[in-house]
Design a protein around this ligand. Structure first.
Ligand code: NAD
Length: 237
């Protein structure tokens, strides 16, 4: 069964691993990316890459039109795109706060709302949101990021209640520390400090997050909705 799958922020890191996993399973995959060029390996797998900034509703609408023309309505949405702007509270500008919320939370709202148009018509759909263990535990210097990621849990659980009767599931994956560009900015000392707190004693690979997402989108997860699945090496327990 080949489904129409959309992964936001699918050009690198966790999103790239998720897009690759769906494409290799035979799904019709589209990714959105904000800048740069889409990776060759995805193009070679037949993945449709659409440039789209999720802070702009008009770009989101255009991206969906392009994807629907190519693959039909989106049946599986993975809202993965996200940013950090880390700084301590007293140095955090309103712009630092608002831009993180506008991407991580409101951007997710924009893509989820648009995907649900087709999912309601089809009377089925799967939505997986990429939150973070930081949203559950909090993190000094990341109040904006943690707030946006915690909010995704309330958002998903509300929609799980609102749209369960329409056969649309909403689940959240909460990764711990994953080896991607987002965490490459950390110093060796910071990385060692983090790894020291992780029961499994290492960072996750992006493919380990993709495996949980693939499961939540599969038939085996048909009765799971409103769940928050940590993939964090035990960090958040
Ligand atoms: P990354 O920085 O490598 O990739 C982020 C992706 O989001 C990129 O594709 C980027 O183009 C996209 N993006 C950012 N702002 C966008 C916008 N306005 N419009 C469209 N796309 C936009 O990060 P990553 O580590 O792969 O993270 C992916 C997701 O996983 C993020 O939501 C992140 O918060 C979350 N996460 C990451 C980690 C980690 O340790 N790396 C841990 C927990 C959660």
């Amino acid at each position: 069964m080949s489904r129409s799958v959309l992964v936001t922020g699918g050009n690198r890191g966790i999103g790239l691993a998720i897009a690759r996993a769906f494409a290799q399973a035979g799904d019709k995959v589209a990714i959105t990316y904000r800048s740069g060029e889409p990776p060759q390996e995805l193009t070679a797998l037949g993945v449709l890459a659409v440039r789209c900034d999720i802070t702009d509703s008009e770009q989101v609408e255009q991206a969906y039109k392009e994807i629907e023309d190519a693959h039909g309505a989106v049946e599986v949405l993975v809202a993965n795109a996200g940013i950090t702007k880390d700084t301590l509270l007293m140095r955090m500008s309103e712009e630092d706060f608002a831009s993180v919320v506008d991407t991580n939370l409101t951007g997710t709202f924009r893509v989820v709302k648009r995907a649900n148009r087709g999912m309601l018509r089809a009377k089925k759909g799967r939505v997986v949101l990429i939150s973070s263990v930081v949203g559950l535990l909090g993190s000094a210097g990341q109040a904006n990021y943690a707030a946006s990621k915690a909010a995704l849990v309330g958002f998903a659980r509300s929609l799980a209640r609102e749209l369960g009767s329409r056969n649309i599931t909403f689940n959240v994956v909460a990764p711990g520390f994953v080896d991607t560009d987002m965490t490459k900015v950390l110093t060796d000392e910071q990385r060692a400090g983090i790894v020291g707190q992780v029961p499994l004693g290492r960072y996750a690979q992006p493919e380990e997050i993709a495996a949980a997402v693939s499961f939540l989108a599969s038939d085996d997860a048909a009765y799971i909705t409103g769940a928050v699945i940590p993939v964090d090496g035990g960090l958040g327990m």
